[in-house]
Design a protein around this ligand. Structure first.
Ligand code: PEP
Ligand code: MG
Length: 325
């Protein structure tokens, strides 16, 4: 099996009937690029920048961030890199950022909510500037986490445009083809995906949080893990809604939550027409191998049946097993 995967390292990701999907990897630091290359990922689908902040005794400077982003973009040699702006808060605290203590941190002041507030303004603009400067060294895609409303997206996009205009006025080289998209990890955004799709360049579905918020089940809690299930028909409908909404506007939809590399879920996601799958680098080759064996038309039939006929996650899993032997 390992030998077969090794052969797929430099291969395209295509199904048995020739449909291409983008297989990307999730990274946390520029050092992770080694694994990305070793496993033949076609892109970086999620660069979690919070490690830059968590591994630093104080706010990382624009220059430090620029160097990190540039290293990743150069390392990918023109292949796309989706960089997510900082997702601090929730369970991720920073010693040098005085965040309020909250009863429900996962429902509180975190990620873009901090970036768009007075406390986070300078921090967010510094990150945007570093990203914009790095954009000259590869194919950058900027992604905002934890977007709940269009107003939030518009505010973040405006700050991005403002910093871009300032840099251009300063004579700094900035790419003019940076895609700006959002994570879909809050049910409100998944439901309103048709509206978002008119304004964003892409979606990346963050199932780790989307499942937790949809099912009202903490992603860390053992006691409610029976609810935290990607195959729940309600989750599948949200995902399908997001993919269809993106396609209706000529945009692409990816997934960077754990579900994207889940070998049981992949056939279903292929059938739903998900464009990009981003996962831990170590899952890339086995997923490429799996996709090679799938017929996309048959998977579409599977997805339709799962979405229309299944009442429970158990029925969904049974159906998948029927289709994928
Ligand atoms: C997600 O929520 O699915 C995701 C990819 O982000 P994180 O796991 O960093 O919250
Ligand atoms: Mg998340």
């Amino acid at each position: 099996q390992k030998a077969e995967w090794e052969k797929l390292k430099n291969a395209q990701t295509v199904t048995a009937d020739g449909k291409h999907f983008e297989l990307a990897a999730n990274i946390g630091t520029p050092k992770d690029l080694k694994g990305v290359h070793a496993n033949g990922a076609e892109a970086v689908g999620l660069y979690r920048t919070e490690f830059l902040y968590m591994d630093s005794p104080d706010f990382p400077s624009e220059e430090d961030q620029f160097q990190a982003y540039k290293a990743v973009l150069e390392g990918m040699e023109g292949k796309p890199v989706v960089v997510r702006t900082m997702d601090i808060g929730g369970d991720k605290e920073l010693p040098y950022l005085d965040l309020p203590h909250e009863m429900n941190p996962f429902l509180g002041y975190r990620a873009l909510r901090i970036s768009l507030s007075e406390l986070g303004d300078a921090m967010f603009r510094t990150q945007l500037r570093a990203l914009l400067r790095a954009s000259a060294y590869g194919t950058l895609r900027v992604m905002f986490p934890m977007v709940a409303t269009l107003k939030e997206f518009r505010a973040a996009k405006q700050m991005f445009e403002e910093e871009k205009a300032k840099l251009v006025a300063e004579g700094v080289a900035v790419s003019d083809s940076i895609q700006v998209g959002i994570m879909i990890e809050i049910p409100a955004a998944a439901v309103l995906a048709d509206k978002f799709a008119k304004e964003v360049d892409f979606f990346s579905i963050g199932t780790n949080d989307l499942i937790q918020y949809t099912m009202a089940a903490d992603r860390m809690s053992e006691k409610v893990s029976y609810l935290y299930q990607p195959y729940n028909p309600s989750i599948l409908r949200l995902i399908k809604n997001v993919i269809d909404a993106a396609h209706a506007e000529g945009k692409w939809a990816g997934m960077c939550g754990e579900m994207a590399g889940d070998q049981t879920a992949v056939p279903l996601l292929v059938g739903m027409g998900l464009d990009e799958f981003s996962m831990s680098a170590t899952s890339v080759l086995k997923t490429r191998s799996l996709m090679k064996r799938l017929d996309s038309a048959k998977m579409q039939e599977l997805a339709d049946r799962a979405l229309n006929d299944c009442d429970t996650m158990e029925e969904v899993v049974e159906l998948i097993n029927e289709y994928v032997k």
